[in-house]
Write a protein that binds this ligand. Structure first.
Ligand code: ZN
Length: 209
């Protein structure tokens, strides 16, 4: 079996379990032991995440890392813009995941926000702006992770994966993933993490009686 792509961050490892790059991006802000942890604390973290998330090739990440050293301010701005996109992505997911109940009004309001965020993150020239990193200006190039994240979020809207995006059922997780099982819908972001914890908790509950 192919091993799961993993982002090794300064805060620990994160596996790409969402089933789509945009879901893995949303999952970089998540709950661990009752605290909200942000796995993308800087532009450099963003580059490292984008490789296993398949938003950047290793060669692209390497050259952007070099560029960002000389354009720290701009890289910092792009980092903030990615976090803004991620925030509206998350709030759209919170209202549109299949196993969550939301009012149609809240759903369409969050969809509007999400579309606006994607348009913002796509830049004035649109997503085709950076087609060749080698010939792009430094300013354009540094925006590449943002443009690709916007494209990934747009893909999620344009091609809803069987309309079956779900939120992990574990308390305090907020992980999102695409369910691919028709017969027995997937319930947790990871079987060995949240799935196991839920089973152990149920076991304790049963044996307390
Ligand atoms: Zn989970």
């Amino acid at each position: 079996m192919e091993s799961t792509r993993t982002y090794v961050s300064p805060l620990g490892s994160m596996r790409m379990l969402g089933g789509a790059p945009a879901l893995d991006l949303a999952n970089t802000l998540h709950w661990r032991d009752g605290n909200e942890v942000d796995f993308i604390a800087s532009y450099q973290d963003l580059l490292a995440f984008c490789i296993p998330a398949q938003l950047l090739s290793e060669a692209e990440a390497r050259s952007l890392k070099r560029l960002a050293r000389n354009h720290g301010g701009l890289a910092g701005d792009v980092h903030v813009e990615v976090l803004t996109l991620r925030a509206s992505l998350k709030s759209w997911l919170m209202r549109s995941a299949r196993n969550l109940n939301t009012s149609p009004a809240a759903k369409s309001a969050s969809l509007r926000d999400m579309k606006a965020s994607i348009a913002q993150a796509s830049g004035s020239a649109g997503l085709g702006e950076i087609l060749n990193l080698a010939s792009a200006s430094a300013t354009e190039a540094i925006h590449l992770p943002l443009r690709r994240s916007a494209a990934a979020a747009a893909m999620l809207l344009l091609f809803p994966p069987g309309n079956d995006i779900r939120r992990c059922e574990a308390n305090h997780c907020d992980g999102f993933f695409i369910n691919e099982s028709r017969s027995k819908p997937r319930r947790w972001c990871s079987m060995d993490g949240c799935g196991n914890r839920a089973k152990a908790a149920r076991h304790r509950l049963v044996h307390r009686k």
